[in-house]
Design a binder for this molecule. Structure first.
Ligand code: BDR
Ligand code: CA
Length: 308
């Protein structure tokens, strides 16, 4: 199986991504690392622990960065609620995190692994950037970084910027300049993956605790999207990362040069994607452009169904 580290800020869609990965025999999940983002680090970490508990899998969880490198911290309680995971009943986790810091775990694990490791960040890129700065040598043993963040077009947190990119633009700048192969899955792709009521119902119809949990997460997540965008469901951003690893044929990507706006004007945090290669710069990322949403949701339901 493909060795992966899941790094994120759970978060409704991060949780679905972790559950998808832990249910997939194609992947060897070496660890789950948390970062500030949707809510503060204490809560994103707790939500990672809750997710492990719910999954019944034995995977170590490590807490990471509690703030961005340079910019002021932002958060998204408006989307994910005060807990970061409002909606379902949240159990109290019975097991805690490992003592090691997430960034040290990433460095140690990538260095020691006999195979190149794939990093799957679904939040601000702070932990990944810190690992690359602490130990630049690890770049050689990272297979690729599959990141949910950015956008080739409009933002969702400012007119120009997507939340994960805006939450730590300087970290994104470091990662996109690292030379490590990157797949960027931005809003232009994730807004094609709407969890409308019939899709939510497919999880509920599984009649399992995890199926119900996912359905309740998605039902809550829909509220914000209904109000803000007028959509009949939430955009299921983060699970596109693991789905892309599992079933690349469901997606279209294109190589592009992507530059992050690290100035503090109105376009701060924008992932400026050179869609038409007008700069002539060599591509530094494969950018997802198309999603087979029915295929994606079918894969998700199939894997979530394996939790009994
Ligand atoms: C991203 O921001 C968070 O709210 C989601 O978890 C996702 O990673 C979408 O902009
Ligand atoms: Ca996220």
């Amino acid at each position: 199986p493909l060795p992966v580290i899941l790094d994120g800020d759970p978060g409704h869609d991060d949780v679905v991504n972790i559950l998808l990965a832990l249910a997939s025999p194609e992947l060897d999940v070496l660890g789950v690392t948390s970062v500030f983002g949707n809510v503060g680090l204490d809560r994103t970490t707790r939500n990672a622990l809750i997710t492990r508990e719910l999954s019944g899998r034995d995977v170590p969880v490590y807490a990471g960065a509690d703030r961005p490198l340079v910019s002021a911290r932002i958060s998204a309680e408006a989307v994910h609620g005060e807990s970061g995971l409002d909606g379902p009943h949240l159990p109290t986790p019975t097991r805690g995190t490992e003592d090691e810091h997430a960034v040290e775990f990433i460095v140690r694990t990538v260095r020691a692994h006999p195979r190149p490791v794939t990093l799957v960040p679904t939040g601000p890129l702070t932990n990944v950037a810190l690992a690359l700065r602490l130990a630049p040598d690890i770049a050689a043993n990272i297979e690729q970084i599959v990141w949910m963040g950015g956008s080739t077009d409009t933002g969702n947190w400012t007119p120009a910027a997507e939340f994960n990119a805006l939450a730590d633009p300087h970290a994104a700048h470091i990662v996109f300049g690292s030379g490590v192969p990157i797949t960027m899955i931005g809003l232009n792709a994730s807004h094609q993956a709407i969890a409308h009521p019939a899709r939510v119902q497919a999880f509920r119809a599984l009649g399992t605790p995890v199926g119900d949990f996912v359905a309740e997460l998605l039902a809550f997540f829909a509220d914000h999207h209904r109000e803000r965008y007028g959509w009949d469901g939430g955009a299921l951003h983060d699970p596109l990362t693991v789905a892309w690893l599992l079933r690349p044929e469901l997606f279209v990507t294109r190589p592009m040069h992507v530059q992050i706006d690290v100035t503090d004007g109105p376009s701060a945090g924008r992932t400026v994607a050179d869609v038409w290669n007008v700069t002539g710069h060599a591509p530094n990322a494969d950018v997802m452009t198309q999603v087979d949403a029915d295929g994606f949701f079918a894969l998700l339901v199939e894997r979530i169904a394996t939790y009994r």
